[in-house]
Structures are given as C-alpha cells and as structure tokens.
Design a protein around this ligand. Structure first.
Ligand code: ADP
Ligand code: ASP
Ligand code: MG
Length: 426
C-alpha cells in the first residue's frame, strides 16, 4: 500500500548536468523505496532558459509570443527525458510527459500563461501502476489552438503546485540549491537564517518583493488549494535519515503553511530586495478628479505593471506631482506612453522625469498586524546608516522603501541585524 503521494520539483541548478540529474533522481528513489507514489516536475538546466530567451531576442525584438514559447519551452523537454532515462536506469520505471501530453491546459497569454485545468488521470494511472511520471515544468497548451505556452520565469514552481493540487498530493517538495526559505537571500547576507516554517501570506509577500526562491503564483496556488509546500535542498545526501527541522523524523527544509500552524509569530520574518526598479515622476499634473485613473489607465492599457505610487497634495488645488515605480525594462515604454498621452491631451502635466536602477527593500512579517511602529523603526535603522529613502509603501504585513541601488545590500544587512534575524553563530 502506498504511504503518500508526493510531487517533487527540481529547479535549474538541480538538473544542470547529468551528474546532478542522478543526484536528484536519488531523492526520488528514496521516496519510491519508502512506498510513496511520486510525480517529478523538472526545470530546464540552469542557464538554458536565459540562452533560449537570448536567441529569441537576437532573432527579432518584436517577435510573436507564440514562437517565443515554442523556443523557450524546449529546455524542460530535455531535462524531463533525461530524468526519465536516469530513473529507469536506477530501476525505477519512469516516463516523461510534456505539458500537452498530461495535458496541462492554459489560457492564451503566451509568455505568461495561466493554468486553467490539469487533467490528472494519466499521471494518477501511471503512479498507481508503479511508474514515475516526469513532467516538464513551465509549460502547457492552449486547448483551443493546440499551441504550447510558457508560464513566465520561474514557472516550474507553479507547474509543480498545480500538479500536486490536481493529483491530490499529500505534499509538494520544491528541491532547489538552498535548504529552505531564509530570512533574506543568503547570497546577499551570509547571516541569513533558515526558517522552519513560513506562513503563506508572508511567503507571498516575500516572493512578490524579490525573494525568487518560489514563484508568486505557486504560493498563491498552494494557499488556495491547501497544498503542503516544502522548500528543501537537492544537494543534501539523499540516503541520509530524513530529519524535520524540529529534530524528529520527517521532511527537512522549510514548510510553507497556514499562519495558525506557526506558534511563535515574528514581527519581522524576512527582508527582501528587488533591484532594477525605475522611478517616474509627473510634474505639475492638473489636480482634478480622474487624473490618477487617466495616468495609470494609460499604463495598464499597455500591460505595464506599476508598483509603488505616491501622489502629493497640492497647496492650492491646481497642480500636483505623481511619482511611481515600474520595472527598469518598462521605463522607456512608460515614458513614451505618458508623453503620447500628454500630446493627445488625455493627461495634462508639465513634464516627466525619472531614472532607472532603484532598489526596493522590504521587511515582511505577519506579526506586524498586531505591532505598532515597525515602519518607524525601519526608517530609523536606515537613517542610522545614512541611507536616504525615496518612496515608501506599506501593507498590513510589509513595509517597503525605494532607495539608491548603491546602498541596497547595506540596507538589507542592516535591517536583518536590526530585527534580530542574524543567525546565532554569525
Ligand atoms: P531553482 O532554479 O531551483 O528554481 P531559484 O534560483 O529560482 O532556484 O531560487 C533559489 C534561489 O533563491 C537561491 O539560490 C537564493 O539565492 C534565492 N533566494 C532569494 N531569496 C531567498 C530567501 N529568502 N530564501 C532562500 N533563497 C532565496
Ligand atoms: N526554466 C524556467 C525559467 O528559467 C522555469 C523555471 O526554472 O522554473 O524561468
Ligand atoms: Mg526558481
């Protein structure tokens, strides 16, 4: 009898070459040997998707998104086949599946498609027959057109969680190159500490504020479908006893779970950094109802995602300034859109200014809900380091500031220490 049904996902670094695919496969073998039913989801080899995207852009800046997907989805096809070969060679019957073979249905937003439905029957049947299906992450198919889609960068996490939900998995293990979710990116701050547990809401904020360890949509989906999500390392010894963070036999790594499964709620659980944030200011905007709607409507019509927004109150009610941020990659387009709107008379303002290369640093924690003064203490910690704050936004469980890129890492480390997140032996 099967003990559990598990979906395991291996990221790019974990399948970077055949040797690493073997290492990953040993984790699968351990689960299968324990009597579990396993479906594997794989990313492309690390660097592969970047290379493919580069080739597409080199071919044409203005390419058809359907062809972008045709090219970019290929990376996962290679690793799925290789993983199935390696598993079979280890004596574990296995078969690869591309998105369309499962099938994983998506909408037709090529390049950033959303999964609409997964038909799990074939995967379940294979698992019940003792076969390990290996599914390509990151891709699906539009049922109406039959065309291949991709889910946006980092999308294999979302594939894995969606498959876990559809096959009714007991757990979804995200294997990556770190052994869990940390209080901040361990590449930025060596004092970062691994969290044993993190609440869905916190993980959602951290993912959307720059912690790319999980794709945002995968966290949303896990939260909506109550998937038990674990982040753990491929590079741990696959044959070692499986010890949970509390020292008992179990799954090592970080469990992403409901807030009420976390006993001790931190005021701040994590610090995140997002770079390449461009700042745009509209000077002397006519201050009248409908102005903000016109400005942000014009940008939304061009699918430009705006992040932080600040609008001043005008002294005499005639003109005001509006400042907001967009990703650096959308800066030129945003300025063009706004200038065109001024020329056509759709928005009245004096001039547009701005710059690329800002850094957004955020502190996140569910404990902020019941704790006053987190924003104030954050500003104090930054002021002590002489770091100037350009913009501020807050929500119930996070505070973000936009600062000069030059001070980004310094700010992260300072806040990490300030909120007592540094690991003990650091
Ligand atoms: P994969 O290829 O396995 O999907 P990613 O590169 O997408 O892996 O995500 C893992 C990386 O996320 C880590 O190497 C780490 O540098 C980065 N990262 C950013 N923030 C965090 C965090 N708070 N905790 C853990 N890792 C983080
Ligand atoms: N290979 C894709 C990417 O690099 C998807 C993933 O790795 O999750 O974005
Ligand atoms: Mg990833």
């Amino acid at each position: 009898m099967s003990l559990a049904r598990i979906v395991v996902k291996f990221g790019g670094t974990s399948v970077a070459n055949v040797e690493r695919i073997r290492q990953a496969a040993r984790h699968v073998k351990r689960e299968v040997d324990a009597g579990n039913q396993v479906t594997v989801v794989v990313s492309a080899m690390s660097g592969k998707t970047n290379e493919l995207v580069g080739w597409v852009n080199e071919s044409s800046k203005l390419h058809d998104a359907r062809e972008y997907d045709a090219v970019v989805a290929s990376g996962e096809q290679v690793t799925a086949g290789l993983m199935a070969i390696v598993l079979s060679e280890m004596g574990i019957p296995s078969r690869s599946f591309q998105g369309w073979q499962v099938p994983i249905h998506t909408d037709d937003a090529h390049g950033a498609a959303r999964i609409t439905e997964i038909i799990p029957d074939e995967l379940v049947r294979r698992m019940q027959d003792g076969v390990v299906p290996v599914v390509t992450g990151f891709q699906g198919i539009v049922p109406e057109t039959g065309r291949v889609t991709t889910l946006g960068r980092g999308g294999s996490d979302t594939s894995a969680v969606a498959i876990a939900a559809s096959v009714g998995a007991d757990r979804c293990d995200i294997y990556t190159d770190v052994d869990g979710v940390y209080t901040t990116d361990p590449r930025i701050d060596p004092k970062a500490k691994r969290l044993n547990r993190i609440a869905f809401e916190e993980m959602l904020e951290m993912a959307s504020l720059g912690a790319k360890v999980l794709m945002i949509r995968s966290v949303e989906m896990a939260m909506a479908h109550k998937v038990r999500l674990v982040v753990r390392s491929t590079f741990d010894d696959p044959e070692a006893p499986q010890i949970a963070p509390d020292g008992t036999p179990g799954v090592p790594g970080t469990l992403v779970c409901d807030e009420d499964e976390i006993m001790e709620k931190q005021i701040v659980s994590g610090v995140t950094l997002a770079k390449a944030e461009a700042k745009i200011t509209l000077r002397d905007v006519k201050d009248k109802p409908g102005v903000a709607a016109a400005v942000f409507g014009a940008l939304a019509d061009e699918s430009i995602v705006v992040d932080m927004i600040v609008q001043n109150i005008s002294d005499d009610g005639s003109v005001t300034d509006i400042t907001f941020t967009v990703p650096d990659s959308e800066y030129d387009k945003s300025v063009r859109v706004l200038e065109a709107a001024r020329t056509s008379g759709a928005i009245e303002y004096a001039r547009v200014t701005g710059s690329k290369g800002g850094a957004k640093v955020s502190v996140v924690g569910v404990g902020m809900r019941s704790h006053a003064g987190v924003a104030a203490s954050m500003f104090k910690a930054l002021a002590d380091k002489g770091i100037n704050i350009q913009l501020i936004t807050t929500s119930e469980i996070k505070t973000s500031v936009l600062i000069d890129d030059e001070y980004a890492e310094l700010a992260v480390r300072a806040l990490h220490t300030y909120y007592g997140l540094d690991k003990e032996d650091a």
